[in-house]
Design a binder for this molecule. Structure first.
Ligand code: FAD
Ligand code: DLZ
Ligand code: SF4
Length: 518
C-alpha cells in the first residue's frame, strides 16, 4: 500500500484534501467507528447514529467507485476504541509508505494528530481542510493579536473575496447587511411548511439499533430520526429549502413557535459539518435563487451571512485563539447546570419546549439556542464549561470548532468581548415578542416579582445589577442601565431577592433525588 488515507467521520466529501490525489490501485481509505469519539462527551444518540450511518454510506459509495476501503465497525472485536489505536493497527495491517489526513475540527484531535506525526512508524501528512472558504492562516493573519474581532468586518472581507452578493466592488442592493429586516414574529395562524424528512433505511436502522444498545444511557431519542445521511439526500433537503424555506428565511429567522422546531430553517448543519454539503455550493445556490428572482435579497443575504460570515468566522476564531480561548470566564460564572437541561422538567415553558425539541431531534434552531437555553445560562451564571459540554452533547451539528465560540463567546460572554461587543442578555419580553411560549406558561411574563413572575425578568435585572462594574460603561448597554437607574431602590432590592430565591432553588436536588431523600 502506498498511502493510507485516514478519513474522520466529519470529513465525508469526495473533494476533501485527504482524497484529492487518491490512487485507487495503491491506496486504502480508512474509516473507523470508535467508542472514544462517541463518549468523550456523551453525544445525543441521534448525533452518533447520524454520523455512523453517514460514514457507512460514504464508505459504500467509495467502494462502488472502485476505491479500497478499510472500515472498522464499533462492534468489530479487535477495535481498540480510539483514533490513535485504530490508526496504529491499520498501519500495521497495511504497511503503507505514508499516512495522509486532513486537519480535524477539534483541538483535542489536533493534539492527537501531532502525536501521530511523532509516534507513527511512517510519515503522517496533515493537510489543510479545503472545505472552508477562509483558510486558518488567512483568518489568523486578519485577527493578528487584536483583542476583539468583529464578525461584520470579517464578513465584508469574505463577500469581497468570494464575490458573493457583490456587484463590482459594491454589495448587491447597496447594503452589506439586511439584519434589521430579519426580526419578525410569526403571524397568528401562519401555516408553516413540513420538514422534508428522510426515514431511516436499512443501514440507518442497523446503526440506530447499535447506538441504542451501546450508548443506552446517552441523552436523546432516536424515534424521530429523519436526517439525510448521503450527499444525494442532503442535496434534496437543501433544494427543498431553496424552494420553500429561503423565500421566508430572513423574515422569520428569529421567530419561535410551540410544536414547530424547524420553521423556515435549512436543517443543513449536520450535513454541512460532516461534509455532505459544502459551504461554497450552498452559498452560490442561494445567490442564484436571488438572481433568478426566486427569493428576496434580505432573505438570501441573511442566509449567506450565516454561512460565509458566522460559520467561517467562528471557525477562524476557534483556531486563532485556542487553546486559551476555552479557559476564560469573564463574568465569573460558577453555578452548576440545572438538571432540567437534561430532563426538560421545568415550569418555564420556553425552556421545556426548546429542550423537548432538542431531545426529540438533536436540533433546535438558532434563537432557541441563543435566546432561550443560552440566555437562561447567561442570566443564571452557569459555569461555561458545563454549558459548553451540554451544547456539544445535544446537537447533531455540534463540533467544538463551531459550538465553543457560539457558547463561550456569543452566549455566555465568557471571553469578555472578543466575539460580541455586549452580552445578549434579555428579559421575558423578548421571548414573548418572538414566540407563543409565554401563552402556555405557568409564569406571567408581565410580572417581575411575586410567585408567578417570569423568572427571566428578575434574572435579567439581577444580571445587570450584578455585573454593573463590568458592563454599565458599555455604550451598547446604556439604555438598559438607564432603565435600571430609574428603578426605585426598594424595587431593585425586591428584584434581587426574587432572583436570589430562584437561583437558590436551582441548586436544590432534582425531583427524583428529592423523592429518594424524603
Ligand atoms: P439555518 O438557521 O438555516 O442557518 C443556515 C446555516 O448557517 C446553518 O446550517 C449553519 O451552518 C450556519 N450558521 C448559522 N448560524 C451560525 C452560527 N452562529 N455559527 C456557525 N454557523 C452558523 N451550529 C453548528 O453547526 N454547530 C453547533 O454546535 C452550534 N452550536 C451553537 C450553539 C449556540 C449557543 C448557538 C447560539 C448557535 C449554535 N450554532 C451551531 C449555530 C446555529 O444555531 C446552527 O448552525 C443552526 O441552528 C443549524 O440549523 P440550520 O441548518 O437549520 O440553520
Ligand atoms: C462525533 C463523532 C463520533 C460520535 N464518532 C466518530 C467515530 O466513531 N469515528 C470518526 O471518525 N469520527 C467520529 N465523530 C467525529 C469526530 O469526533 C470528529 O471528526 C472530531 O471531533 C474532529 O472534528
Ligand atoms: Fe419563558 Fe417567562 Fe415566557 Fe414562561 S413567561 S415562556 S418562562 S419567557
Amino acid at each position: 500500500i502506498r498511502t493510507l488515507r485516514f478519513l474522520l467521520g466529519d470529513q465525508l466529501t469526495r473533494r476533501i484534501a485527504t482524497l484529492t490525489d487518491l490512487d485507487p490501485d495503491h491506496d486504502v481509505v480508512l474509516l473507523v467507528e470508535v467508542r472514544a469519539e462517541a463518549t468523550y462527551v456523551r453525544h445525543h444518540k441521534q448525533k452518533i447514529a447520524f454520523l455512523f450511518s453517514a460514514m457507512r454510506h460514504f464508505a459504500a459509495e467509495l467502494e462502488a467507485e472502485g476505491v479500497r476501503v478499510d472500515y472498522v465497525r464499533l462492534d468489530d472485536s479487535a477495535n481498540t476504541g480510539s483514533f490513535t489505536g485504530e490508526l496504529m493497527r491499520a498501519i500495521a495491517r497495511h504497511e503503507p509508505d505514508r499516512v495522509v489526513v486532513t486537519e480535524p475540527g477539534e483541538w483535542r484531535v489536533w493534539e492527537m494528530m501531532q502525536a501521530w506525526r511523532d509516534d507513527a512508524a511512517v510519515p503522517v501528512q496533515i493537510r489543510d481542510d479545503n472545505r472552508f472558504l477562509c483558510p486558518r492562516a488567512d483568518f489568523a493573519a486578519w485577527a493578528g493579536d487584536r483583542r476583539s474581532l468583529r464578525m461584520e468586518t470579517f464578513y465584508r472581507g469574505m463577500r469581497r473575496r468570494t464575490g458573493l452578493l457583490m456587484d463590482g466592488g459594491e454589495p448587491t442592493g447597496g447594503r452589506w447587511n439586511f439584519d434589521a429586516e430579519n426580526r419578525k414574529g410569526l403571524p397568528k395562524g401562519h401555516t408553516l411548511p413540513e420538514r422534508v424528512g428522510f426515514p431511516p433505511d436499512a443501514i440507518t436502522r442497523d446503526v440506530i439499533a447499535l447506538v441504542e444498545a451501546a450508548f443506552a444511557d446517552h441523552f436523546g431519542a432516536t424515534e424521530a430520526f429523519a436526517w439525510p445521511v448521503t450527499r444525494a439526500d442532503a442535496l434534496a433537503a437543501f433544494r427543498h429549502f431553496l424552494a420553500v424555506g429561503l423565500p421566508h428565511f430572513g423574515d422569520y429567522q428569529d421567530a419561535m413557535r410551540t410544536g414547530a422546531p424547524f420553521l423556515y430553517h435549512a436543517l443543513i448543519s449536520p450535513a454541512l459539518n460532516a461534509g455532505l454539503l459544502t459551504p461554497e455550493e450552498v452559498c452560490r445556490a442561494a445567490e442564484r435563487a436571488y438572481r433568478e428572482g426566486a427569493a428576496p435579497l434580505h432573505c438570501v443575504e441573511g442566509f449567506i451571512r450565516q454561512i460565509l460570515g458566522w460559520r467561517e468566522y467562528v471557525r477562524g476564531l476557534y483556531w486563532a485563539r485556542m487553546p486559551d480561548y476555552a479557559g476564560s470566564n469573564a463574568l465569573e460564572a460558577t453555578r452548576d447546570l440545572p438538571w432540567f437541561y437534561w430532563s426538560g422538567e421545568t415550569a418555564m415553558n420556553c425552556l421545556a419546549q426548546s429542550i423537548a425539541d432538542t431531545r426529540a431531534h438533536a436540533y433546535a434552531h438558532h434563537i432557541q439556542r441563543l435566546m432561550v437555553t443560552g440566555n437562561f445560562a447567561l442570566l443564571a451564571g452557569i459555569a461555561p464549561a458545563q454549558v459548553e459540554e451540554w451544547y456539544l452533547v445535544v446537537y447533531a451539528d455540534a463540533y467544538e470548532w463551531v459550538e465553543l465560540p457560539n457558547v463561550h463567546g456569543m452566549v455566555l460572554w465568557a471571553d469578555g468581548g472578543v466575539m460580541g461587543s455586549k452580552p445578549y442578555a434579555a428579559s421575558g419580553a423578548y421571548i414573548n415578542r418572538m414566540s407563543d411560549y409565554c401563552r402556555g406558561c405557568a409564569y406571567d411574563v408581565a410580572k417581575r416579582t411575586g410567585p408567578t413572575a417570569c423568572p427571566f425578568n428578575a434574572l435579567y435585572w439581577n444580571f445587570l445589577i450584578t455585573h454593573a462594574d463590568r458592563l454599565s460603561g458599555n455604550p451598547r448597554l446604556a439604555m438598559p442601565y438607564r432603565n435600571l437607574a430609574r428603578l426605585d431602590p426598594s424595587v431593585r432590592a425586591e428584584i434581587q431577592a426574587q432572583a436570589a430565591r430562584f437561583l437558590d432553588g436551582l441548586a436544590a436536588p432534582s425531583p427524583p433525588v428529592q423523592g429518594a431523600l424524603d
